[in-house]
Design a protein around this ligand. Structure first.
Ligand code: ADP
Length: 362
């Protein structure tokens, strides 16, 4: 049979008390009459005549001793038992309350918190639990938010595809290369979204392997300029590299830095119809900065704080069709942070945008 904590506490108090009482009673039973007799002998030695009353005195003493012992045992045991019951109940009440609250939390009530107890150990337990609960609540809120955003993002292309397919099936529209192209575009968008989401979830959970090494970024910048120049239209913007011929080495993951630059340049190309896109690099303190500066459509001041948020796009409808997922910059920022750097943006509507990131110098 398993005994509850309350019974155990109560019994342990009781056992301690019984041992105490038993030893008190047995020791005083043995020693008190002896001391009393010794005391009488001392009195007789001093000249008192106790011969006639001695037996009476000893018997009286024994009776008095027994009575008072019985009373003290009775009152003591009751008081100690009551006190022990009260203490065990108080501790148990706290523990039961804690158990109920943790069960509520486990059942999904994320705002359940343990009250502060006046017992320091229990209070410490409450504080740790509350800290854990707060962090889990945050994780849970972010998870819900991501799932909500994600379903919203996935639904749009799916609705478009289903609409076309149903109309094709009903013969409401004629199958044409243009229709198939639109369908392909939406499926590509879905594909991109899924890839981006996978990357984002890895980056947010910190699973993206980052291989930080001492690297020189100039060759990377040159190869990117070459690659992106090929993508630019004849009458579009020009791509310029403004960078000292010798760049100090940085501590970074070259592949992740390339990923970030590809994203920034991709955005710049996307949102710039004419003028120029400049990659500029330089040092500031113990950091190297690289900026991608465009003369594109720019971002409104009220939108600037949001550009790094996931799924955020300046113009929801425009970018949904142009294929943006609103995840690129979120991943870029995470990647830069994972390398110990930071990324910032400055922009003016109709003038252009500058995305600048910093990496630690080697
Ligand atoms: P995506 O480009 O896939 O939509 P991003 O996270 O890369 O996602 O960008 C988020 C939004 O920020 C874009 O939809 C766009 O509205 C805005 N943006 C990003 N880069 C630029 C830029 N160079 N010029 C103007 N707007 C930009």
């Amino acid at each position: 049979m398993k005994m509850g904590l309350r019974t155990r506490l109560f019994f342990s108090h009781l056992v301690v008390m019984l041992v105490g009482v038993a030893s008190l009673v047995s020791i005083s039973k043995i020693s008190s009459p002896r001391f009393f007799v010794l005391h009488l002998e001392r009195l007789e030695n001093q000249g008192f005549d106790l011969i006639d009353v001695r037996t009476e005195l000893v018997a009286g003493f024994e009776l008095a001793w027994q009575r008072s012992t019985i009373w003290s045992v009775l009152v003591g045991t009751t008081a100690a038992g009551g006190l022990s019951y009260w203490v065990s109940r108080r501790i148990m009440q706290r523990l039961t309350e804690m158990e109920q609250i943790t069960q509520k939390f486990a059942a999904g009530q994320m705002d359940a918190r343990l009250p502060v107890s006046d017992i320091p150990e229990l209070s410490g337990l409450s504080t740790s639990f509350n800290r854990m609960a707060a962090s889990l609540e945050g994780v849970e809120a972010r998870r819900r938010e991501v799932i909500g955003d994600m379903t919203h993002e996935l639904r749009t292309p799916l609705t478009v595809v289903r609409g076309y397919l149903e109309e094709l099936a009903d013969g409401q529209i004629e199958a044409s290369p243009e229709i198939y192209r639109r369908l392909a575009r939406e499926t590509r968008r879905l594909e991109r979204l899924v890839n981006d989401l996978q990357e984002l979830s890895k980056a947010e959970a910190g699973y993206l392997p980052i291989n930080i090494q001492r690297v020189n970024l100039r060759p990377l910048l040159e190869s990117l300029v070459e690659k992106f120049t090929d993508q630019l239209l004849e009458d579009g913007p020009v791509l310029v590299l403004q960078c000292p011929s010798v760049l100090p080495p940085v501590l970074a993951d070259i592949d992740r830095t390339e990923q970030v630059l590809v994203n920034l340049l991709g955005n710049a190309v996307h949102y710039t119809n004419e003028g120029s896109i400049t990659i500029r690099a330089g040092t500031e303190g113990s950091q190297l900065w690289i900026a991608v500066i465009d003369t594109g459509i720019g971002i409104a001041p009220e939108n600037l704080p949001h550009v790094f948020e996931r799924f955020w796009r300046a113009d929801q409808s425009r970018d949904r069709h142009s294929g943006g997922t609103g995840i690129g910059l979120t991943i870029s920022r995470r990647l830069i942070e994972l390398q110990g750097g930071q990324i910032q943006v400055e922009s003016e509507l109709g003038v252009g945008s500058t995305f600048r990131f910093f990496l630690p110098l080697a």
